[in-house]
Write a protein that binds this ligand. Structure first.
Ligand code: ATP
Ligand code: MG
Length: 655
């Protein structure tokens, strides 16, 4: 991010892509929408009052005295107020007579299922809270959670928050080493894990990685192990305890204390796509306010009737905010799926939509592009008429991927909300509102009500319509990170030093002629070609708009003539076969015709896979290493590190 800026300091981002397709909200949705055009006006007239209204969605032990205390860059929201996150997610729904409502329809990868009501989830969370207390966890302690996508993961998170412990979820796909360094940094006292989980049709173990990570870390007092797969596990007596032995025998009663609004809720490490992982700290009152509000407004959630599904991992912030906290605060019914989209067949996601009558689905562009690669015949085999809103998160969505998603998944009727946010922002910041906004393929459009974001140039001046630059946030927001765990200086340097008084997320953006915002990828990924800053996103979108291409990754490789040359890695669509002769020339010409000759790739290579992180982001720095014939950098946070061998093996023939 800001730590390794590249391609900066010359001129602002060129604005190359043109897109004229428009999708007004469906009339019926607009007529009953939760958020309307007036919502923006109300939030602009009294921003803090607006957030106070949103905070009233929650149940408070004691109301706040002050909405916002702002000592830049340190914010405190709703100070003096107290609340308990687990009570807001569970008890208050049960107390209001909604205990029988389903909180989760859980679907295991092998096809086993569990239906869990709010009342049942509350009982399990109380039992787990009592178990954590018995294991010596007290308020403020950190608990690492290294789990598959099973209901106990949510139970463990909420049990921590109930007793005031701070959870730190580590993606189950990460190595022992990644888990270990996060345990060190957060000084976690207990690790909650499972024997394993199901991935790609087989039991994939987790406990051995915990054993390895904890062996050299005596500060971890206990490892609490859920039995999921029944795999053999090594056991350290005294340290390791089975969930079913310790949790199941506990009382389902636990009197929850209301914690300070600013009490730490969780730490989540960023994935390190661009720099060393940072322990992002979120606190209670402001975070819950903004996740509950955005979940309600951006997805137009109707808790009595909608079935909501975030198809993401809980080990990514999207899972925290939109599988756990947002949906549960709003009393929603969610689907939770354990496994991969191609197990046991490539229609698994759509089968789940059909089976549970999912009405709102939220996923990453990387998944959408994978489905494009597999072909449109697959979703066509399922009844997805229940869907009414679709969401996208994690990367800019290429206009062609948006169109594919809308047509093949949304039946050409559902609005698509392209939600821009980060681990650091805690909740959605820039997004269309499905009942208000006329959608544009590829644009995140406008800051959500109550958020003041802008696009500025090098000198922090707002860019005019049609201009490109950097996205910034001008005013503190309720779910903003409260810092980097243990490193206040790095917090200031990373986010607050690039532009005086403005939060700098590290992403490039442009404003179109209507003033709407388009995200253009990370500033670190911006290429500098013959004196022009060109965004990788725009070149990738141009490639994906070619009928034979499903996915593309573009990097700038050093070039003696132009400074950097554009190198593209592309994956073909299922329908395209091997692409045919002359494909490379066809693609280079296609980009040149769409964006102008300056954006014409120097090289195009057809590859079977791309290196990705847990949230499906392409690790362009590794592709840059390949393109510049360098030794590969750190690959520990890739979901599948063998991908790089496959790409390297393809290279000689592709050049
Ligand atoms: P690290 O910073 O260590 O690489 P991470 O950034 O992968 O971790 P996230 O916080 O999930 O983890 O990613 C946030 C980033 O994802 C944003 O800064 C932006 O670059 C990108 N992003 C997320 N949603 C969108 C979107 N709708 N449009 C464009 N970019 C998006
Ligand atoms: Mg990031």
């Amino acid at each position: 991010m800001a730590e390794t800026p590249q391609g900066q300091g010359h001129e602002t981002l060129s604005n190359l892509l043109q897109e004229s397709r428009r999708f007004p909200p469906p009339a019926d949705l607009a007529a009953h929408a939760n958020a309307t055009a007036d919502t923006y006006t109300a939030a602009e007239a009294d921003r803090l009052g607006f957030w106070e209204d949103q905070a009233r969605r929650l149940t408070w032990g004691r109301p706040w005295d002050t909405v916002l205390e702002w000592n830049p860059p340190f914010a405190k929201w709703f100070t003096g107020g107290t609340l308990n996150a687990a009570v807001n997610c569970l008890d208050r729904h049960v107390d209001a007579g909604r205990g029988d409502r389903v909180a989760y329809y859980w679907e295991g990868e092998p096809g086993d299922t569990r239906t869990i009501t709010y009342a049942q989830l509350k009982d399990q969370v109380c039992q787990a809270s009592n178990a954590l207390l018995e294991l010596g966890v007290t308020k403020g302690d950190r608990v690492a959670i290294y789990m598959p996508m099973i209901p106990e993961t949510v139970v463990a998170m909420l049990a921590c928050t109930r007793i005031g412990a701070v959870h730190m979820v580590v993606f189950g796909g990460f190595s022992a080493d990644a888990l270990g360094t996060r345990i060190d940094d957060s000084e976690a006292k207990v690790v909650v894990t499972a024997d394993g989980g199901y991935r790609r049709g087989k039991a994939s173990s987790l406990k051995p990685a915990v054993d390895e990570a904890v062996a050299s870390r005596p500060t971890v007092e206990h490892v609490l192990v859920v039995r999921r797969t029944g795999q053999d596990v090594d056991w350290t007596d005294g340290r390791d305890v089975w969930w079913h032995e310790v949790v199941d025998r506990q009382s389902t009663e636990h009197a929850a204390e209301a914690h300070d609004a600013e009490h730490p809720l969780y730490i989540m490490y960023t994935s390190g796509t661009t720099a060393k992982p940072k322990g992002i700290l979120h606190t209670t009152g402001g975070y819950l306010t903004q996740v509950a509000y955005t979940h309600w407004a951006v997805f137009d959630l109707k808790p009595e009737t909608d079935i909501f599904w975030t198809a993401a991992d809980i080990g990514w912030v999207t899972g925290h905010s939109y599988i756990v906290y947002g949906p549960l605060c709003n009393g929603a019914t969610s689907v939770m799926y354990e496994g991969t989209p191609d197990t046991p067949h490539k229609g698994r996601f759509w089968e789940i939509v059909e089976k549970y009558r999912v009405s709102i689905a939220y996923m990453a562009p990387t998944a959408i592009r994978t489905f494009m690669k597999w072909g449109e015949d697959i979703p066509a085999g399922f009844d997805m008429s229940s869907l009414r809103v679709l969401g996208s998160v994690g990367e800019p969505i290429n206009p062609e991927a948006y169109m594919w998603y809308r047509k093949n998944i949304g039946g050409d009727r559902t609005p698509i909300v392209d939600t821009w946010w980060q681990t650091e922002t805690g909740a959605i910041m820039v997004s269309p509102l499905p009942g208000v906004t006329e959608g544009k393929p590829g644009a995140a459009m406008r800051p959500v009500p109550g958020i003041v974001a802008d696009v500025v140039d090098e000198e922090a001046k707002p860019v005019p319509n049609g201009g490109g630059g950097f996205i910034v946030v001008r005013e503190p927001w309720p779910s903003m990170l409260r810092g980097i765990w243990g490193d206040p200086e790095r917090y200031k340097d990373t986010y607050w030093s690039r532009f005086e008084g403005l939060y700098f997320p590290g992403d490039g953006a442009k404003r179109d002629e209507d003033g709407d915002i388009w995200l253009l990828g990370r500033v670190d990924d911006v290429m500098l070609v013959s004196g022009h800053n060109i965004s990788t996103t725009e070149v990738e979108s141009a490639l994906v708009s070619h009928s034979k291409i499903a996915e593309a990754a573009v990097v700038g490789a050093s070039d003696p003539v132009t400074g950097q040359g554009i190198v593209a890695f592309v994956i073909l669509r299922g329908e395209a076969g091997d692409g045919g002769d002359g494909l490379v020339k066809e693609l280079r010409d296609h980009v040149s015709a769409s964006l102008g000759p300056i954006a014409k790739p120097r090289q195009v290579m057809v590859v079977p896979e791309l290196p990705k992180t847990r949230s499906g982001k392409i690790m362009r720095r590794l592709l840059r290493d390949v393109a510049e014939n360098r030794q590969l950098g750190d690959v520990t946070t890739l979901t599948d590190s063998s991908v790089m061998d496959v790409i390297a093996a393809k290279l000689p023939e592709a050049k």
